[in-house]
Design a binder for this molecule. Structure first.
Ligand SMILES: Nc1ncnc2c1ncn2[C@@H]1O[C@H](COP(=O)(O)OP(=O)(O)OP(=O)(O)O)[C@@H](O)[C@H]1O
Ligand SMILES: [Mg+2]
Length: 360
């Protein structure tokens, strides 16, 4: 045992250095890292086609890319951003988590403080600054809080003929929009399906090569299989597991996976709305029929004085929770037939922490 804090720091530093020294390129474990050659996927073709059409005609075709967490939406457009810039098409990117209103989005893209101007003034400045053949990418677009969605009206009606690419992991986002916004946009929906275990393995194989000079096939295969099965294929969990495998090789791979999953899930649960927390709380425990979970949900709502969703609305919010990798929607056998069921995909203790903070 170390005698002093200083001894402890010194000893631990030696151990940490020994474990991490074999990582040649730690930055590839950063979720924002853009690999030189991302894995190609079929769904990217309509995005590339749309951009090429716009590049040669200047006539915009708006795209809406929807797909579950970690299905490569952000990475794909960030990669294309670079590639098309070299061809003369400017892609300007904004994450609506950071700029969550029409006004803030324009201010952000203009690089000015969001104060002292009207939205219309910002729009004029935007048109002065960005000419035709500009593609505006709004990532996590469902997090824009203003109801009127002025930004979408502006971008789709401007004489500069901007093209927009909207990204979201909420498949219901468009249907919740005002009819007039929907018809102004006329965006082509593109669905990024979750990666297969084989695709995950390829992505991880590439990361492992750059980071640590490679990893055994069986390790990559197991991480990919666990990620596909337990997280709706969120690549982030796979990448984080790979990191722990590299620095904690003596820990069982499954335990490294659970640790990675827990850390990634904490970030997601932290950003959830109370209404979704209530649904998850009601669904904690073993796999149960949706009707039973809904009954438990209503009881919780009554206890915490929240207005409950109708059963239909409740069911409609589940695919969103699934796309975040938090629940698994299944069918369970009941006498003579099957019924829809759900199950949480993460340890309920994670939920409890946030539950106590929000609901006491
Ligand atoms: N095709 C791919 N090739 C290489 N790496 C990938 C690929 N797709 C995803 N990744 C990696 O997986 C991680 C998650 O991808 P990304 O951030 O693009 O997901 P997302 O679909 O935008 O998720 P969210 O809905 O949470 O924003 C990133 O670290 C990214 O580099
Ligand atoms: Mg993203």
């Amino acid at each position: 045992m170390a005698d002093s804090i200083e001894d402890y720091v010194r000893e631990t530093q030696k151990r940490v250095q020994a474990k991490t020294s074999k990582i040649r390129a730690p930055h590839v474990f950063d979720f924002n890292y853009v690999p030189n050659k991302p894995l190609m996927r079929e769904e990217l073709k309509p995005v590339v086609d749309g951009l090429l059409r716009y590049l040669s005609t200047g006539i915009p075709n708006h795209l809406l890319i929807v797909g579950s967490r970690g299905s490569g939406k952000t990475l794909s457009v960030r990669y294309l951003e670079e590639l098309f810039r070299r061809k003369g098409l400017e892609l300007v990117y904004v994450n609506c988590r950071l700029a969550n209103s029409s006004y803030k989005i324009l201010a952000h893209l203009l690089g000015i403080r969001a104060r002292g101007y009207s939205f219309e003034e910002l729009a004029v400045r935007f048109e002065d600054r960005y000419g035709p053949k500009t593609v505006v990418v709004l990532d996590e677009v469902d997090l824009i809080t203003d109801r009127n969605m002025d930004i979408l009206y502006f971008l789709s009606r401007s004489e500069a003929q901007y093209m927009t690419i909207l990204l979201s992991n909420n498949p219901k986002w468009v249907t919740g929009l005002d009819q007039s916004v929907q018809s102004t946009l006329q965006s082509e929906p593109i669905y990024f399906r979750p990666y297969s275990a084989e695709e995950l393995r390829e992505i991880l194989c590439d990361r492992a090569k750059t980071a640590v000079g490679g990893a055994p096939d069986e390790v990559l295969g197991e991480i990919a299989a666990l990620t596909a099965k337990m997280t709706d294929s969120d690549v982030r969990v796979g990448i984080k597991t790979l990191y722990y495998w590299a620095v904690e090789p003596e820990t069982a791979l499954r335990d490294n996976f659970y640790r990675a999953q827990r850390e990634v899930v904490v970030d997601v649960v932290k950003s959830l709305h109370d209404k979704n927390l209530l649904i998850l709380k009601a669904g904690a425990g073993k796999e149960r029929r949706l009707k039973e979970v809904y009954d438990a949900y209503r009881i919780l709502c009554r206890r915490y004085r929240e207005e409950p969703f109708s059963y239909v609305h409740f069911c409609k919010s589940l695919p969103y929770l699934q796309s975040l990798g938090l629940v698994l929607l299944t069918f369970t056998k009941v006498p003579r037939t099957y019924a829809k069921a759900m199950q949480l995909t993460f340890p309920p203790e994670i939920l409890d922490t946030f539950w106590r903070v929000r609901f006491g």
